[in-house]
Unconditional design. Structure first.
Length: 224
C-alpha cells in the first residue's frame, strides 16, 4: 500500500527524500529508511506483488536495464502465483515479506500480525533467505518491530514512495521522483493489480533517466 502518492506537480516527492532522511534519525527503532553510501547506487523496491499484469513485464524492463530490485510480496499473491515468484528469483532479484494481505499492518492485532508475518516468510523461504519486511501502509509500531525481530526480520521503509493508480497523473510519477533519487535512496513503487500496470512504464522511464544503478536492499546495505 502506498504511504505517499505522487503529487500532481511532483514537488512533494522532490522534497521528500532529504526530509525523510532527517526525520528518520529522530525515530527510534531498527528501521531501514536509506543507506549512507558514496557509491552511485539506490535500492529499487516493489510492493504488493506478484501480479500477472505487471510482474513479467517488470522483469523484462529490469533485465533490459541491468537493474536489480527487492520485491516485497503479499502472501496471498505468493500462494496464487508461485510461478511468478520463481521468475523473480530466477532473474536474480530479492524477495521480502509484505505480510499476507494488502492492508494496514498497524491495525492488525499482534497475534494475527505474528502469524501473518511468519506465514508469509514460510511461503517465501523455499525461494531463498528472507531478511526484510515492510508493513502495509508503511506505518509501524514498536510491538511490530519487536515481533519482526523475534522472527529475524528487519523493517524497511523508504525515502521516496509512489503508486500507479491507473490515472492520467501516473504519467508524471517518474518525473516527480527523479530529482529526489540519490546514492543510498530506497525507492518504493507498487505493482500487483491491473490498475498498477503503469508501474512498468514508470520504472522504464526512471531507469532510462537515472545515472545511478538500481540494486537490491541487501546489496545497498552491503555498501554502507
Amino acid at each position: 500500500m502506498a504511504t505517499t502518492p505522487a503529487g500532481p506537480a511532483g514537488f512533494v516527492l522532490r522534497w521528500r527524500e532529504p526530509a525523510t532522511r532527517a526525520v528518520s534519525r529522530l525515530i527510534p527503532g531498527d528501521v531501514l529508511w536509506y543507506v549512507d553510501t558514496d557509491d552511485p547506487v539506490f535500492a529499487l523496491t516493489f510492493d504488493d506483488g506478484p501480479g500477472p499484469e505487471s510482474t513479467p513485464r517488470l522483469l523484462e524492463v529490469l533485465a533490459r536495464h541491468g537493474a536489480k530490485a527487492t520485491f516485497f510480496l503479499v502472501g496471498e499473491r505468493v500462494e496464487a502465483y508461485p510461478h511468478l515468484v520463481a521468475s523473480i528469483t530466477a532473474a536474480g532479484h530479492e524477495l521480502a515479506n509484505h505480510l499476507m494481505r494488502d492492508e494496514r499492518s498497524a491495525l492488525i492485532p499482534d497475534p494475527q500480525f505474528r502469524r501473518d508475518l511468519a506465514r508469509t516468510t514460510e511461503l517465501l523461504s523455499p525461494y531463498g533467505p528472507i531478511r526484510w519486511f515492510r508493513p502495509g501502509s508503511g506505518v509501524f509500531t514498536p510491538r511490530m518491530l519487536r515481533s519482526a525481530a523475534e522472527q529475524n526480520l528487519q523493517a524497511v521503509l523508504g525515502t521516496l514512495v509512489a503508486a500507479n493508480r491507473g490515472l492520467p497523473s501516473d504519467e508524471r510519477i517518474a518525473k516527480s521522483l527523479l530529482p529526489g533519487v540519490r546514492p543510498g535512496s530506497i525507492l518504493v513503487l507498487h505493482e500487483g493489480g491491473p490498475e498498477r500496470q503503469g508501474v512498468v512504464e514508470t520504472t522504464d522511464e526512471l531507469l532510462s533517466a537515472l545515472s545511478l544503478q538500481a540494486v537490491t536492499v541487501s546489496d545497498l546495505v552491503a555498501r554502507s
